[in-house]
Design a protein around this ligand. Structure first.
Ligand SMILES: Nc1ncnc2c1ncn2[C@@H]1O[C@H](COP(=O)(O)OP(=O)(O)OP(=O)(O)O)[C@@H](O)[C@H]1O
Length: 311
């Protein structure tokens, strides 16, 4: 009979294995799958998506229409349940939580901002009342609600709009009020689906600045889905989604001399998969299979055609 390992041995093995995937991350998606079934047809919206977002990070998510961006946000916000995989936000497991836990998660842990300005605010309440509403649900005192609503609206540059209803606000003002609503209960994470999609460039810049302000002031982790290059170029990390998987990443850094550099990476997932950019595969007519070779400091990828030395 083999001796069972003792506690010290198990601890030693755990240390040897190193940190678990996503340990310390605020958002963890590991091999996330979402399959929609309608009228007997299955649509695989997410097919093994991996994503890690650190606490306090502000990232943009980009991708073609239908690539799975909204599906991802709906899962992270607790609105939708994934079919398989791991999705964890601020320590909450989104696959296994009960209905009650899900409600508390949505009320306290995440704030959400939709593209359609009208969807974010209740039309018959003033801006301040809209911001106070989630705090009322959370049981905060009347005085605390009023003070915090005024502070948030002021911080986001819409303090003078406090007494106006959404119809009396511009699209950009409505989105800034929506950000105040989203962070009213100090959520750990804010998710936004095309929040500047209906705005002109100058207004979009102002709204993005409001997101940035909240991120820096409160350290809130933020994921913004966007088609807007003005937004995606201003964040430190842009994650590209293709066919329901994270496929590429652009990281930007400010150099000491004040210049900003951007570097594009392909994402290597936990199973060792890399998605080649479509431009590369088309340029070399790569289809179905490729040849790989391990070199000293890189991996070569060739189209599946007879090589000269084989001919
Ligand atoms: N409720 C649903 N039922 C069936 N299929 C769905 C449903 N929601 C999304 N899909 C499908 O899942 C895939 C991903 O959709 P999703 O809305 O996540 O993409 P997206 O990247 O957000 O697109 P867009 O930029 O156009 O909003 C698409 O093929 C879409 O048709």
């Amino acid at each position: 009979m083999v001796d069972a390992p003792d506690l010290a041995e198990l601890e030693r093995r755990a240390l040897e294995r190193g940190p678990a995937y996503g340990e310390g991350a605020h958002i963890v998606c590991d091999n996330l799958v979402r399959i929609y079934k309608s009228e007997g047809i299955e649509v695989v919206a997410l097919q093994g998506l991996d994503l890690l977002v650190d606490p306090g990070e502000l990232i943009a998510v980009v991708g073609a229409s239908g690539s799975g961006k909204s599906t991802l946000l709906n899962i992270l916000s607790g609105l939708d349940v994934p079919t398989a995989g791991v999705a964890r936000v601020a320590g909450s497991d989104l696959l296994t939580m009960s209905a009650k836990e899900r409600l508390a998660f949505r009320r306290e842990q995440v704030g959400f901002i939709w593209q359609q300005t009208a969807r974010n605010l209740l039309p018959y309440l003033t801006a301040a009342q809209n911001v106070e509403l989630p705090m009322r649900f959370a049981g905060r005192s009347r005085r605390e609600r009023a003070t915090r609503a005024a502070d948030l609206l002021g911080m986001l540059g819409v303090g003078d709009c406090a007494g106006r209803r959404p119809a009396e606000l511009s699209g950009g003002q409505q989105q800034r009020v929506a950000i105040a609503v989203a962070v009213a209960n100090e959520p750990h994470v804010v998710l936004a689906d095309e929040p500047t999609g209906e705005l002109d460039t100058a207004t979009a810049t102002e709204v993005f600045a409001a997101f940035r302000r909240v991120n820096q002031e409160f350290g809130t982790t933020m994921v913004i889905v966007t088609h807007d290059a003005g937004v995606s170029e201003r964040v430190d990390r842009t994650v590209g989604i293709r066919d329901g998987r994270t496929s590429s990443e652009v990281r930007r850094r400010d150099a000491d001399d004040g210049t900003r550099t951007a570097e594009e990476y392909a994402v290597l997932d936990r199973a060792g998969r890399v998605q080649l950019p479509r431009g590369f595969t088309e340029a070399l007519d790569m289809r179905e299979r490729v040849r790989l070779a391990l070199e000293d400091d890189h991996v070569g990828v060739w189209p599946d055609r007879p090589r000269e030395e084989d001919a």
